[in-house]
Design a protein around this ligand. Structure first.
Ligand code: FAD
Length: 381
């Protein structure tokens, strides 16, 4: 068993760490305050391969392995939560269905656009009445009329649609609702009848745009079916397995940021004549954070490694996201505790990290749904 990153992975990790710490981290507070992503910095990610993390070489991508892709999201999360969510949703949700299920013509048309640095991709699954329950509760429909799909319905809580040229939309395409009644359809964002509503006001990750969408007789060509008709749910679940590695990576990054800030503060702040880091109570909090982050990272890299090997990784991705999101909450809590009253102020990053990490136990499978996935898998075992 080898726990070392390869030389290539180490070089990649150093490069993304340096880029994120220099370019992204200094803008993280402003990104949160203004509720706007640093698009100029995101554009610079394109030539580095950070906007095409999962695109293989044959499709014009950098051909990175899955551990390297996870490392990139981890480092982005360590620097800026909002940017991490949007870039993770782009690489995982908005791009993966094109890469895995796209026809050659669809890849040719959309992959260069999506990886150019001018856009971030989007995938619309969730609806007001359907988040965890994607099988039975998706109500948006796509009906064939001659050579066109006509889409009606709405979607909720969608990341990036205002920055994307396309929204991959999960629709019911068959009369009888079942696990084979849904399909993914590509909707270009300038199609008449599609409305992207104003940004949601959120607790954290405020720079990452989240929108409700409505589709009112939206007509797209028949050829915009992405993948197999009736297999939308299966394609979604497979996409979410990879997405869970991304959210797990973001959680490890945010937890690491909470620890980074705590180490600086614990060495600087003095009480009772010594740095607070010399009080055992603070050391214990630091020790728990460091240990749990390491464990979360190992689960994460294991899931990514399994994905890379082409082995099943549904359970491991669920475990990595579940554990890492809970670790990031505990780490952010302790980081505020270590900062005392200053931790409660937006002057210090830990307040933002605490708000940002909260989504990670909800998006791309809530902790409850992940426990169901893991429990079922263990019981089958
Ligand atoms: C900032 C943000 C960004 C997002 N981005 C996207 C995106 O890009 N694309 C997209 O499609 N969606 C996106 N979402 C939606 C997100 O994936 C859903 O919010 C999530 O899947 C949960 O669905 P829900 O909100 O409908 O909660 P519900 O499914 O209504 O769940 C409510 C509660 O009930 C629990 N619960 C539900 N079913 C069960 C069960 N069977 N057993 C036990 N407990 C259960 C849940 O765990 C949760 O605690 C985003 C959400 C947010 C907040």
């Amino acid at each position: 068993m080898n726990f070392q990153l390869t030389e290539e992975q180490k070089m990649w990790s150093d490069m993304v760490y340096n880029f994120c710490q220099t370019e992204l981290k200094p803008l993280a507070a402003k990104t949160d305050e203004d509720g706007k992503l640093p698009l100029d910095v995101i554009k610079k990610m394109a030539p580095l391969g950070m906007l095409s993390l999962n695109v293989p070489e044959e499709d014009g991508g950098p051909g990175l392995d899955a551990v390297s892709a996870a490392i990139a999201i981890e480092e982005i999360g360590r620097a800026c939560g909002s940017t991490a969510l949007s870039v993770a949703a782009h690489n995982g949700l908005g791009m993966t269905p094109f890469i895995v299920y796209g026809a050659a013509k669809q890849k040719e048309k959309y992959l260069p656009l999506l990886t150019s640095g001018n856009y971030l991709g989007a995938l619309a699954l969730t609806e007001a009445g359907s988040g965890s329950d994607l099988v039975g509760a998706v109500r948006s429909t796509a009906v064939l009329d001659g050579d066109e799909w006509v889409i009606n319905g709405s979607k909720a809580w969608i990341t990036n649609p205002s920055l994307s040229p396309t929204i991959i939309t999960l629709c019911q395409t068959e009369d009888e609702i079942s696990s084979h009644s849904q399909s993914m359809i590509i909707v270009e964002t300038d199609t008449p009848g599609l409305s992207i509503h104003p940004k949601e006001k959120k607790m954290g990750l405020k720079g990452s745009p989240t929108h409700m969408l409505t589709y009112d007789d939206v007509r797209v060509p028949k050829g915009n079916l992405l993948g197999r008709r009736g297999y939308g749910l299966h394609q979604t679940l497979a996409t979410l397995d990879g997405g869970r590695i991304s959210i797990g990576a973001m959680a490890v990054g945010l937890a690491q940021a909470a620890l980074d800030e705590s180490l600086i503060y614990a060495n600087e702040r003095e009480t009772f004549g010594k740095a607070i880091g010399r009080h055992q109570a603070i050391q214990f909090m630091i020790a728990d954070m460091a240990t749990e982050i390491e464990a979360a990272r190992l689960l994460l890299y294991q899931a990514a490694w399994l994905k890379e090997q082409g082995k099943p990784y549904t359970k491991e991705a669920a475990m990595a996201k579940l554990y890492a999101s809970e670790v990031s909450e505990r780490a952010a809590f302790k980081a505020i505790q270590i900062h005392g009253g200053y931790g409660y102020s937006s002057e210090f990053p830990v307040e933002r990290i605490y708000r940002d990490q909260r989504l990670l136990a909800i998006g791309e499978g809530t902790s409850e749904i992940l426990r169901i996935v893991i429990g079922r898998s263990a019981l089958k075992g």
